[in-house]
Design a protein around this ligand. Structure first.
Ligand code: AMP
Length: 202
Protein backbone atom coordinates (compact mmCIF):
# COMPACT_ATOMS: atom_id res chain seq x y z
CA UNK A 1 0.00 0.00 0.00
CA UNK A 2 1.28 3.43 -0.86
CA UNK A 3 1.02 6.18 1.73
CA UNK A 4 0.31 8.74 -0.98
CA UNK A 5 -3.11 7.07 -1.20
CA UNK A 6 -3.71 8.55 2.25
CA UNK A 7 -2.45 12.14 1.96
CA UNK A 8 -3.96 13.18 5.30
CA UNK A 9 -2.42 10.32 7.25
CA UNK A 10 -0.31 11.31 10.26
CA UNK A 11 2.71 9.07 10.69
CA UNK A 12 3.80 8.47 14.29
CA UNK A 13 6.58 6.29 15.53
CA UNK A 14 7.47 5.80 19.17
CA UNK A 15 10.63 4.66 20.75
CA UNK A 16 9.97 3.89 24.40
CA UNK A 17 13.62 4.46 25.31
CA UNK A 18 13.79 7.83 23.57
CA UNK A 19 10.51 9.26 24.86
CA UNK A 20 11.10 12.08 27.33
CA UNK A 21 10.70 10.59 30.80
CA UNK A 22 11.47 13.90 32.61
CA UNK A 23 8.23 15.57 31.43
CA UNK A 24 5.03 15.20 33.51
CA UNK A 25 3.52 11.94 32.28
CA UNK A 26 0.18 12.38 30.51
CA UNK A 27 -2.93 10.87 32.10
CA UNK A 28 -5.99 9.29 30.52
CA UNK A 29 -8.03 12.10 32.18
CA UNK A 30 -6.41 14.53 29.71
CA UNK A 31 -8.23 13.07 26.67
CA UNK A 32 -11.82 13.86 27.68
CA UNK A 33 -12.88 10.22 27.35
CA UNK A 34 -16.46 9.35 28.32
CA UNK A 35 -17.06 8.15 31.92
CA UNK A 36 -17.84 4.51 30.88
CA UNK A 37 -14.45 4.33 29.15
CA UNK A 38 -12.68 5.88 32.15
CA UNK A 39 -14.43 3.32 34.34
CA UNK A 40 -13.10 0.49 32.13
CA UNK A 41 -9.58 1.95 32.35
CA UNK A 42 -9.91 2.14 36.13
CA UNK A 43 -11.02 -1.53 36.13
CA UNK A 44 -7.81 -2.36 34.28
CA UNK A 45 -5.76 -0.17 36.62
CA UNK A 46 -4.50 2.05 33.78
CA UNK A 47 -3.79 5.67 34.71
CA UNK A 48 -1.07 6.79 32.30
CA UNK A 49 -1.21 6.23 28.54
CA UNK A 50 1.82 4.59 26.98
CA UNK A 51 3.80 6.73 24.46
CA UNK A 52 1.97 5.31 21.40
CA UNK A 53 -1.37 5.91 23.15
CA UNK A 54 -0.41 9.46 24.16
CA UNK A 55 0.45 10.25 20.54
CA UNK A 56 -2.29 8.38 18.69
CA UNK A 57 -5.39 8.93 20.85
CA UNK A 58 -5.71 12.74 20.35
CA UNK A 59 -5.16 12.39 16.58
CA UNK A 60 -7.79 9.67 16.18
CA UNK A 61 -10.21 11.63 18.38
CA UNK A 62 -9.91 14.51 15.92
CA UNK A 63 -10.98 12.14 13.15
CA UNK A 64 -7.61 12.09 11.38
CA UNK A 65 -6.04 9.04 9.78
CA UNK A 66 -2.90 7.83 11.49
CA UNK A 67 -0.17 5.30 10.89
CA UNK A 68 1.54 4.20 14.10
CA UNK A 69 4.66 2.14 14.60
CA UNK A 70 5.71 0.88 18.02
CA UNK A 71 7.20 -2.30 19.43
CA UNK A 72 5.08 -5.26 20.47
CA UNK A 73 3.61 -4.95 23.96
CA UNK A 74 3.57 -1.13 24.03
CA UNK A 75 -0.21 -0.73 24.15
CA UNK A 76 -1.02 -0.32 20.46
CA UNK A 77 -4.39 -2.05 20.79
CA UNK A 78 -5.72 0.55 23.25
CA UNK A 79 -4.19 3.34 21.15
CA UNK A 80 -6.82 2.71 18.48
CA UNK A 81 -9.56 0.94 20.49
CA UNK A 82 -10.07 3.68 23.09
CA UNK A 83 -10.57 6.59 20.65
CA UNK A 84 -12.75 4.40 18.42
CA UNK A 85 -15.02 3.59 21.36
CA UNK A 86 -15.10 7.29 22.26
CA UNK A 87 -16.02 8.31 18.68
CA UNK A 88 -18.74 5.64 18.53
CA UNK A 89 -20.31 6.77 21.81
CA UNK A 90 -22.31 9.22 19.65
CA UNK A 91 -24.09 6.17 18.18
CA UNK A 92 -24.37 4.11 21.38
CA UNK A 93 -27.89 2.91 22.05
CA UNK A 94 -29.66 0.12 23.92
CA UNK A 95 -32.20 -0.67 21.20
CA UNK A 96 -32.80 -4.39 20.60
CA UNK A 97 -33.14 -3.73 16.87
CA UNK A 98 -30.12 -4.98 14.84
CA UNK A 99 -30.67 -2.06 12.45
CA UNK A 100 -29.65 0.31 15.25
CA UNK A 101 -26.31 -1.50 15.60
CA UNK A 102 -24.64 -1.41 12.16
CA UNK A 103 -20.91 -2.12 11.84
CA UNK A 104 -19.29 1.30 12.23
CA UNK A 105 -15.69 0.26 12.88
CA UNK A 106 -13.79 -2.56 11.20
CA UNK A 107 -10.51 -3.78 12.67
CA UNK A 108 -8.58 -6.11 10.40
CA UNK A 109 -5.88 -8.34 11.90
CA UNK A 110 -3.51 -10.83 10.21
CA UNK A 111 -4.22 -13.86 12.45
CA UNK A 112 -7.04 -15.40 14.46
CA UNK A 113 -4.94 -15.22 17.64
CA UNK A 114 -4.47 -11.49 17.24
CA UNK A 115 -8.14 -11.06 16.28
CA UNK A 116 -9.17 -12.82 19.49
CA UNK A 117 -6.78 -10.73 21.57
CA UNK A 118 -7.96 -7.44 20.05
CA UNK A 119 -11.60 -8.50 20.50
CA UNK A 120 -10.97 -9.24 24.17
CA UNK A 121 -9.42 -5.78 24.63
CA UNK A 122 -12.27 -4.03 22.81
CA UNK A 123 -14.80 -5.92 24.96
CA UNK A 124 -12.98 -4.91 28.14
CA UNK A 125 -12.72 -1.22 27.16
CA UNK A 126 -16.37 -1.01 26.01
CA UNK A 127 -17.91 -3.13 28.76
CA UNK A 128 -19.63 -0.20 30.48
CA UNK A 129 -21.07 1.15 27.20
CA UNK A 130 -23.99 -0.23 25.13
CA UNK A 131 -21.62 -0.64 22.16
CA UNK A 132 -21.43 -4.19 20.81
CA UNK A 133 -18.47 -5.98 19.28
CA UNK A 134 -17.68 -9.37 17.85
CA UNK A 135 -14.86 -11.22 16.14
CA UNK A 136 -14.86 -13.34 12.98
CA UNK A 137 -11.97 -15.49 11.75
CA UNK A 138 -11.50 -18.55 9.57
CA UNK A 139 -11.09 -22.20 10.46
CA UNK A 140 -14.31 -22.34 12.48
CA UNK A 141 -18.03 -22.66 11.72
CA UNK A 142 -19.51 -19.49 10.23
CA UNK A 143 -22.96 -20.03 11.77
CA UNK A 144 -22.38 -18.53 15.24
CA UNK A 145 -20.48 -15.64 13.63
CA UNK A 146 -23.42 -15.03 11.30
CA UNK A 147 -25.83 -15.02 14.25
CA UNK A 148 -23.66 -12.44 16.07
CA UNK A 149 -23.44 -10.26 12.95
CA UNK A 150 -27.20 -10.50 12.37
CA UNK A 151 -27.93 -9.31 15.89
CA UNK A 152 -25.90 -6.16 15.19
CA UNK A 153 -22.44 -4.99 16.29
CA UNK A 154 -20.81 -1.58 16.09
CA UNK A 155 -17.22 -2.88 16.23
CA UNK A 156 -16.11 -5.84 14.15
CA UNK A 157 -12.72 -7.49 14.48
CA UNK A 158 -11.90 -9.79 11.57
CA UNK A 159 -9.27 -11.63 9.63
CA UNK A 160 -9.38 -10.74 5.91
CA UNK A 161 -10.38 -14.12 4.40
CA UNK A 162 -13.32 -14.74 6.71
CA UNK A 163 -14.40 -11.11 6.41
CA UNK A 164 -14.69 -11.53 2.63
CA UNK A 165 -16.54 -14.85 3.08
CA UNK A 166 -19.17 -13.02 5.13
CA UNK A 167 -19.36 -10.15 2.64
CA UNK A 168 -19.79 -12.64 -0.22
CA UNK A 169 -22.51 -14.57 1.62
CA UNK A 170 -24.22 -11.27 2.44
CA UNK A 171 -24.14 -12.04 6.14
CA UNK A 172 -22.28 -8.76 6.69
CA UNK A 173 -23.09 -5.24 5.60
CA UNK A 174 -20.28 -2.69 5.77
CA UNK A 175 -22.21 0.20 4.19
CA UNK A 176 -22.19 2.23 7.42
CA UNK A 177 -18.57 1.57 8.35
CA UNK A 178 -16.78 4.84 9.09
CA UNK A 179 -13.59 3.66 10.77
CA UNK A 180 -11.05 1.20 9.39
CA UNK A 181 -8.01 -0.18 11.23
CA UNK A 182 -5.30 -2.40 9.83
CA UNK A 183 -3.61 -3.91 12.88
CA UNK A 184 -0.08 -5.11 12.25
CA UNK A 185 -0.43 -3.84 8.70
CA UNK A 186 3.10 -4.95 7.81
CA UNK A 187 2.32 -8.59 8.70
CA UNK A 188 -0.96 -8.41 6.86
CA UNK A 189 0.71 -7.12 3.70
CA UNK A 190 3.36 -9.87 4.03
CA UNK A 191 0.52 -12.39 4.01
CA UNK A 192 -0.69 -11.12 0.65
CA UNK A 193 -3.76 -9.15 1.71
CA UNK A 194 -2.95 -6.27 -0.65
CA UNK A 195 -5.04 -7.52 -3.63
CA UNK A 196 -8.11 -7.84 -1.35
CA UNK A 197 -7.75 -4.39 0.23
CA UNK A 198 -9.51 -2.33 -2.46
CA UNK A 199 -12.51 -4.71 -2.23
CA UNK A 200 -12.60 -4.45 1.54
CA UNK A 201 -12.20 -0.66 1.51
CA UNK A 202 -14.82 -0.27 -1.23
P1 AMP B 1 -0.63 -4.36 23.39
O1 AMP B 1 0.67 -3.80 22.89
O2 AMP B 1 -1.81 -3.58 22.91
O3 AMP B 1 -0.76 -5.83 23.13
O4 AMP B 1 -0.62 -4.19 25.00
C1 AMP B 1 0.35 -4.80 25.78
C2 AMP B 1 -0.08 -4.96 27.22
O5 AMP B 1 -0.08 -3.70 27.90
C3 AMP B 1 -1.48 -5.50 27.38
O6 AMP B 1 -1.44 -6.48 28.40
C4 AMP B 1 -2.31 -4.33 27.83
O7 AMP B 1 -3.38 -4.75 28.61
C5 AMP B 1 -1.30 -3.48 28.58
N1 AMP B 1 -1.57 -2.03 28.52
C6 AMP B 1 -2.04 -1.35 27.47
N2 AMP B 1 -2.14 -0.03 27.75
C7 AMP B 1 -1.71 0.13 29.01
C8 AMP B 1 -1.56 1.27 29.89
N3 AMP B 1 -1.86 2.50 29.47
N4 AMP B 1 -1.09 1.07 31.12
C9 AMP B 1 -0.74 -0.18 31.53
N5 AMP B 1 -0.85 -1.30 30.77
C10 AMP B 1 -1.34 -1.16 29.53
Amino acid sequence: MCLTQFPLMTDITTDQMADDSSATPPRFDDFGLAPPIMQALADQGYVHPTPIQAKAIPIVLQGHDVMGAAQTGTGKTASFSLPIIQLLMAHANTSASPARHPVRALILTPTRELADQVAENVKAYSRHTPLRSTVVFGGVDMTPQTAALRSGVEILIATPGRLLDHVQQKTLNLSQTEIFVMDEADRMLDKGVLPDLPRIIN
